[in-house]
Each structure stands twice: as C-alpha cells, then as structure tokens.
Design a protein around this ligand. Structure first.
Ligand code: ADP
Length: 431
C-alpha cells in the first residue's frame, strides 16, 4: 500500500536559541540566536573555540537546561524538560568502579526496563560491538582510558537513544585510542548497527569533524553563535591523507579563521573615538615571531591546520596570533593557508631591534594602540591612569575593556612605545 507523502520534521530543530547565565550585572550571554536542524540519518559535528557555548548547546538539546529564549523542537514537538530520546556521552565517562564491564552495560539496559533474560545477551553483543569481547568481566580499574571510553560508548548504545550527543568524547584519549574508537564509532554508525537516528558531536578538532560528520556547524564566541555550516560531501571510508579530505579540512579552517574577517566588520563603537572599531586579538607578539619565522622557512606560505599541529597548539590558540599578524599587516589568510606579506618577510629575517621598530610602526597604525600612545604623549607627565583607558573603552567594549588595555600594553611594551607601572596603576610612555 502506498504511504501518503508527509513532510517529515527534522529530528531536532533549534529556533533562535539564546542562553544567558546569571543575573544583571553579572549576566553572561553564552548563546545568541542559534538556529539549526539535525535530520534523522545525519551525523553533525559542532566546532568552535572553548567558551563558545558548545556544551551549553548540547545540554539544551538534551533538555538538561532550558534556553533563556527560543525553542527546541524534537520530532516537531516542543521539548519540555529532559529529552528521553537523547543520551549525552561526556569527555570522561563515569563507570561504576565496583561493576565489571558487562555489568556496567547491563545497568543501562536495566534502567531502560529490558527484562533480565534479554539483558545478558544484549550486553554481550554491545561489549563485542565496541571491541571489548575479551574484557567483559574486567573491572574499570583494569582497563586503559581508551577501553573505559569504549565501555562508555557501549553503555550509551545500550540506552538506544534516538539522538546520541557526544561532548568531546575522544579528547581525553591518547592519539591511538582516539583513532581506534573513532573508527569503531563510524563503523557502527554506517552499518546502522545502532538504532540511533542522529549523532550530534562536539569537538574542537577540525580533522576529527571532517572525518566523521555529514555536516559541520562552525561556532564563534562572545557571544556564542553560529558562523556557518559546511556540508562534508566526502565518501566513507575517509582517508586523512586524501587530497579531497585535506581540501575539505582547509575549507573548514578557512571558515573558522574567517572569524577574523567577520570581526573586522565588527560593530564596536566607542563614543568620541570613531577609529576604534575592532578589538585587539589576545596575542603575544614574542610568540608571533616564532610563527612568522616558521612561515618564512616554508617559503612564505603555510597550511594553517598543519601549522597548528606542528606548533603543538589548537587552531583556536593559533587564531589570535594569525589575527594579530593580519592586523599588523605581516600576513594574510587565504584558503586555509597563512601567507607572509613583505613586511612579515622582513620581520622574520630581521634582528630583534629592527623587529621592534617595525612592530612599533605597524602597531601605531592600529587605532586602539595609537590612541593610547597619543593620549600619553599629550599628558604633561606622559603618564595616565590605567582606569582612564578602561573607562573610556568600556562604552564600546563592555567588560572586555580592561583586557583590551592590557593587550595594548603588551603590544606597546614589545614595541617599546609605552608600558604599565603596577605600583601607580598608570600607563607611561617609554624612552
Ligand atoms: P564550550 O563548551 O564551547 O567551551 P560552554 O557551553 O561550556 O562552552 O560555556 C560557554 C560560556 O558560558 C563560557 O564562558 C562559560 O564560562 C559560561 N558558562 C557555562 N556554564 C555556566 C554556568 N552554569 N554559569 C555561568 N556561566 C556558565
């Protein structure tokens, strides 16, 4: 018999979700106007810097907390309270230490009301599925971190959630265990060996997202919001060494790095200081030297994902530095690569003294730094209270004003333009 054609609602729909923690004046907006859908059959990854509200979002979707504004629909129905169809797996799993592997899984089946007779068989299947067949009677303390994580997965699957929410599930594992477990997860998912209809996973690892997801949602912070969504059209099995894989990773990196481009058009307005429209990135200029030298050694063009890996940092730690290099006219982001500009090349090859001079010239073109410098120049004693700067900037930057002054001082000190006297709480002109 022919089924009538009905429009199937996405499994999850987020409609203009905002979330604020605390009360005024300590109110903190963790998410603003976040909207996206997850359809049945989709594996969606959410990437973004620490503090952009990823965990908050996951908790809202699971119904553990309610958003301040906006609606969550599950299967087309408004979600009220805990979502019984969703299970969250956290970064570190809490297993019952006094229960064996198989008993830890059985507990979850029991909680779901699976009859005793069926529990044993199902638990055995699940333990085998995650590759722990030989360890069913082992206790958590006898297992490696990776194996414990696998028990966590088996337990989450025992819950048979329609929606599996994973919060950085691999980030506490060593590289090899993470790789193995990712492989197991994607295999189970592709084989449809689990009844789960959709997976929503948070990660800060872009390669991981591209390896697993059908779609990557890119978030930014202050306030937490969605920058863009990128469909990952690669076929499984995905190989990280493939050109197409690398190109996709670059696209996602470019989108994440594009944050600086978006922020260049930021709406900051400081009354009386029309030039100051952008915040300074939280970047240390000493460390920037190392980054520029590395690009120079790579003929002036470096792949951002690789730079992040080789410098042993996360992309999000690298980004403020990339942004600083852009603001100072030393480098430019293009297609997920960082390109050295002529001034950057000169910088990389110069002595420390020349570097400081070059940065001084460049930093003075950054309106916020220039304003601090000129304010100090105009003062008879060439000293001004730090509070003056913070208070003036507060109208545009809010609570971030103090940090902005501190970054300006950091840059000013590196360039030997001005510095901070902590005894008097004043900024003063150098030299
Ligand atoms: P992420 O997972 O992306 O790191 P979170 O969702 O954990 O981000 O947090 C987003 C922001 O909200 C952070 O600045 C965090 O400090 C703040 N935050 C999270 N939970 C609370 C809470 N219960 N009370 C106040 N602030 C919170």
């Amino acid at each position: 018999m022919q089924q009538p054609a009905t429009a199937v609602a996405p499994l999850i729909q987020l409609k203009k979700i905002s979330m604020a923690y605390g009360k005024s004046p300590r109110r903190f907006v963790a998410l603003r106007d976040v909207s996206f859908d997850v359809a049945a059959g989709e594996f969606v990854c959410v990437v973004g810097p620490s503090g952009c509200g990823k965990s908050t979002l996951l908790r809202i979707i699971a119904g553990l907390i309610a958003p301040t504004k906006g609606k969550v629909l599950y299967n087309g129905q408004p979600l009220n309270g805990v979502n019984p169809h969703a299970t969250i797996v956290f970064q570190t799993f809490a297993l019952f230490p006094w229960l064996s592997v198989i008993e830890n899984v059985q507990v979850a089946l029991k909680a779901r009301g699976v009859p005793l007779a069926a529990r044993q068989t199902r638990a055995e299947q699940l333990v085998e599925l995650v590759g722990l067949a030989g360890f069913a009677s082992a206790y958590p303390r006898e297992l490696s971190g990776g194996m414990r994580q696998k028990v966590g997965f088996a337990r989450a699957m025992a819950m048979e959630p329609e929606l599996l929410c994973l919060d950085e599930p691999f980030s506490a594992l060593d590289v090899l265990s993470a790789e193995a477990l990712r492989g197991e997860l994607i295999e189970l998912w592709l084989k449809r060996a689990m009844p789960t209809q959709a997976i929503l996973m948070i990660t800060h690892n872009i390669e991981e997202a591209v390896e697993l997801a059908d779609r990557v949602v890119v978030m930014a912070k202050d306030p937490g919001r969605i920058l863009t969504e990128i469909a990952i059209g690669l076929r499984h099995p995905r190989n990280r060494k493939d050109v197409a894989f690398q190109a996709t990773v670059d696209r996602v990196y470019a989108a994440v790095a594009g944050r600086s481009a978006a922020d260049l058009e930021a709406q900051i307005v400081v009354p009386g200081l029309p030039g100051i429209t952008q915040r300074l990135p939280r970047a240390n200029l000493e460390a920037l030297a190392g980054l520029l030298e590395k690009i120079a050694a790579e003929k002036g063009r470096s792949d951002l994902p690789r730079l992040a890996t080789e410098l042993g940092s996360d992309l999000h730690e690298l980004l403020p530095m990339v942004e600083a290099a852009e603001r100072l006219g030393l480098a430019r982001v293009e297609q997920g690569d960082l390109l050295l500009l002529p001034a950057g090349q000169t910088y990389a090859e110069a002595s420390i003294a020349v570097r400081k001079e070059l940065i001084a010239g460049r930093a003075l073109r950054v309106p916020l730094v220039r304003w601090v410098y000129e304010t100090l120049q105009q003062d008879d004693n060439r000293r001004v209270d730090r509070d003056y700067f913070v208070d003036t900037l507060r109208a545009g930057f809010g609570d971030a004003a103090g940090e902005q002054v501190d970054i300006a001082v950091d840059w000013g000190r590196y360039a030997e333009l001005f510095a901070y006297d902590k005894d008097t709480d004043e900024l003063y002109l150098e030299g």
